[in-house]
Design a protein around this ligand. Structure first.
Ligand code: ADP
Ligand code: MG
Length: 230
């Protein structure tokens, strides 16, 4: 009986998630459909409208939205398995250095400086792809929270058999009402957000027996901390 109840609850959760995904796909689909109808109408009237360019741009970006959502949903469904086949030895300092190189152009566009503080060089075991995914999500969120002009400090430390990575930003910080929901799938305060980034991060880090914590900084902005066993 108990087990049945668990399964029912599980189904209810899947139902909620499915409804949320369906909703997030339907919105861009509706807008794609609308713009295609507009183009069709113009074609019938033989009006070669010069705003086609804008229509196509919107259609393309709506398709990208669906694609991003589906990619993240698939990622979330795979993230809870610590698939030890693809495990390797990961030097966190090197991984973070490569990541900053990768994200720097995006950050600099918004006048955001990323500073890397490599105080130690801890080594962990896991999938490099998945860890990179975690750090990239945290950096993206930090850039989005700052929006324009600011700084991100990434601090790598090692203590008592644990690797600790702090991501500190000078962004908006987290308001009290959001604090308890950050890691809930589909929770987002952004118009264009999927709300899956932090869920994916937490799910991956948990699979490595690690932990992810968040707090507001006393000065300004937020700090996300990833703790991983070495
Ligand atoms: P998304 O980025 O699609 O909104 P996430 O799961 O990555 O989804 O983040 C969930 C929410 O957590 C964000 O919408 C935002 O409100 C909050 N958040 C995440 N990172 C930060 C940060 N560095 N500073 C302030 N708020 C943040
Ligand atoms: Mg995000």
């Amino acid at each position: 009986n108990f087990e049945r109840m668990g399964q029912q609850q599980h189904l209810a959760t899947i139902g909620q998630i499915a409804a949320s995904i369906a909703h997030d796909i339907r919105n861009p689909l509706t807008s794609i459909q609308g713009f295609i109808q507009l183009i069709e109408k113009n074609e019938q009237k033989n009006e070669q409208s010069n705003s086609y360019h804008n229509y196509f741009q919107i259609i393309r970006s709506e398709i990208t939205r669906i694609d991003t959502l589906l990619r993240e949903v698939l990622m979330l469904s795979k993230s809870h398995t610590a698939d030890s086949d693809s495990w390797s030895i990961i030097h966190l300092d090197g991984l973070l250095e490569r990541l900053v190189l990768l994200m720097d152009p995006d950050a600099l566009k918004s006048n955001i400086q990323i500073r890397l503080h490599l105080n130690h060089a801890p080594v962990v075991r896991g999938s490099e792809d998945k860890l990179q995914q975690v750090f990239m999500n945290l950096l993206r969120n930090a850039i989005e929270a700052i929006s324009e002009n600011g700084r991100i400090d990434i601090i790598l430390k090692e203590t008592d058999g644990l690797a600790i990575i702090h991501f500190q930003d000078t962004g908006s910080g987290i308001d009290e009402t959001s604090q308890d929901h950050l890691f809930t799938p589909f929770f987002t305060t952004k118009g264009e957000g999927t709300g899956l980034g932090l869920s994916i991060c937490q799910s991956i880090i948990k699979a490595y027996d690690g932990e992810i914590k968040v707090r507001n900084l006393p000065e300004k902005g937020a700090e996300f901390t990833v703790i991983l066993p070495i």
